[in-house]
Design a protein around this ligand. Structure first.
Ligand SMILES: C[S@@+](CC[C@H](N)C(=O)[O-])C[C@H]1O[C@@H](n2cnc3c(N)ncnc32)[C@H](O)[C@@H]1O
Length: 393
């Protein structure tokens, strides 16, 4: 592909990203992958360059742009090298019209910038949301140890007990250690959020929103594969990825439970009042993950945000039924919006007197409301809100 053709390819993909944001379609990484699956002629350098243009143009725009071309014109305002590539050459973008307008810059749509600011995220803290995330891994303590594992590259030692950091783009999936389940890719913030659960061998722990099991595998390692660990989710496809991952990680203790939405408590009747800890890694807007998924800022609307907060309240109520007297409820969202963090916990504490705040005591993060906030700017992690509550005996 010529450099100009790469720009046009990125424009076409950003058009799809914009449409997917409107219709709750596929995320940008899947759209990029699908684009190249249909164009086998593109080499690895083309793919890398186009991907870079797609993500840089998304990061460069605040509100949803009118088109992929408007987004690329915004990027061209910041990157002088792009302008001459609008040259009308074969497969390249048409020359820039005299009155043609670039999309607006900024962090995100204004309502979201305001909501972040009201949640104490502005200036450098907000700008860091559009930076690039490094690649963090967790050494799987069921099979290896950070102190002795041999990897193709030496990583930076992180505060989480088995965490290592590598440069963004490190091809971890090509390492033998990854193929053999000795390391898992997991953001440092996510590793720290698991620490908050304080899961110990022999305990009964419910991971209520396990998804594909990123945190479940962490919990199994903390529990040294002993005790009871129930991984639940309502999404069959995500949960379907957990079994092979657990096998690879040597985490034989995990019991998988596909829940029917609306019937969660009924289906978990055996565990009412029995769990030592319940982790609620709740569905959320993902504002804390914009470093990896910058297009998420275009997918969120006030309505969608309100729906997330309702689900979060519901999941907290389900979890509170499962925890035994004296047990722990850990609430996690990868969001920096108070509506999806401290406000949810404040609501539970106000409505239900049997809960009190109990930490979490993490090596990073700042106290925020009745929990801890991890932030890209201060902690170099994805943005998280993590709260740990204790049920009265
Ligand atoms: C933030 S993701 C979980 C990520 C996962 N814990 C990890 O570490 O990879 C939230 C999950 O909640 C699930 N979910 C949504 N509604 C649910 C419900 N009512 N009960 C259980 N899980 C639910 C979603 O399907 C999604 O997989």
């Amino acid at each position: 592909m010529t450099p100009a053709a790469r720009v046009q390819a990125a424009i076409d993909i950003v058009d799809e990203v914009i449409e997917a944001a409107r219709t709750e379609g596929a995320p940008a990484d899947r759209l990029v992958a699908a684009y190249f699956k249909a164009r086998r002629y593109a080499g690895s350098k083309d793919r890398r360059a186009v991907r870079e243009l797609v993500y840089s143009s998304i990061r460069a725009c605040g509100p949803v742009p009118a088109s992929g071309r408007a987004a690329m014109l915004r990027l061209a305002q910041l990157d002088e090298g792009l302008d001459p590539l609008f040259d009308g050459s074969a497969h390249g973008p048409q020359p820039i019209g005299e009155t043609e307008e670039a999309a607006a810059g900024g962090l995100a749509p204004q309502w979201l910038v305001d909501a972040l600011e009201a949640s104490d995220v502005s200036g450098q803290d907000a700008a860091a949301l559009m930076s690039r995330a490094p690649l963090d891994v967790r050494v799987n303590a069921l099979k290896a140890d950070r102190a002795t594992i041999e990897l193709p590259e030496a990583g930076e030692i992180l505060a989480a007990p088995q965490g290592l950091r590598f440069e963004s783009g490190t091809q971890v999936e090509q390492w033998e250690a990854w193929r053999d389940g000795l390391v898992e890719v997991q953001d440092h913030g996510s590793q720290l959020a698991c620490m908050a659960a304080g899961a110990m061998p022999g305990e009964t722990v419910v991971d209520l929103c396990a998804g594909a099991g990123g945190k479940t595998l962490s919990l199994a390692a903390m529990m040294d594969n002993s005790g009871t660990l129930i991984a639940c989710d309502t999404d069959k496809r995500r949960l379907g990825n957990l079994q092979p991952r657990a096998e690879k990680a040597g985490a034989g203790m995990i019991e998988i439970c596909l829940l029917d939405p609306g019937k969660e408590l009924e289906m978990l009747a055996d565990w009412h009042g029995k769990a030592d800890a319940v982790l609620v890694d709740a569905p959320c807007s993902g504002t804390g993950t914009w470093r990896r998924k910058p297009e998420a800022k275009w997918r969120l609307t006030p309505d969608r945000l309100a729906r997330f907060t309702q689900v979060q309240d519901r999941l907290l109520r389900i979890a509170s039924e499962l925890v035994r007297p004296g047990g722990r409820l850990v609430f996690v969202t990868c969001s920096l919006l108070d509506a999806e963090g401290k406000d949810r916990v404040a609501t539970l504490l106000a409505e239900d007197q049997e809960w009190t705040r109990a930490g979490p005591d993490l090596p990073l993060g700042c106290v925020h409301g009745d929990g801890v906030r991890l932030s890209p700017a201060l902690d170099g992690t994805d943005g998280f809100f993590v709260a740990c509550l204790k049920k009265s005996c």
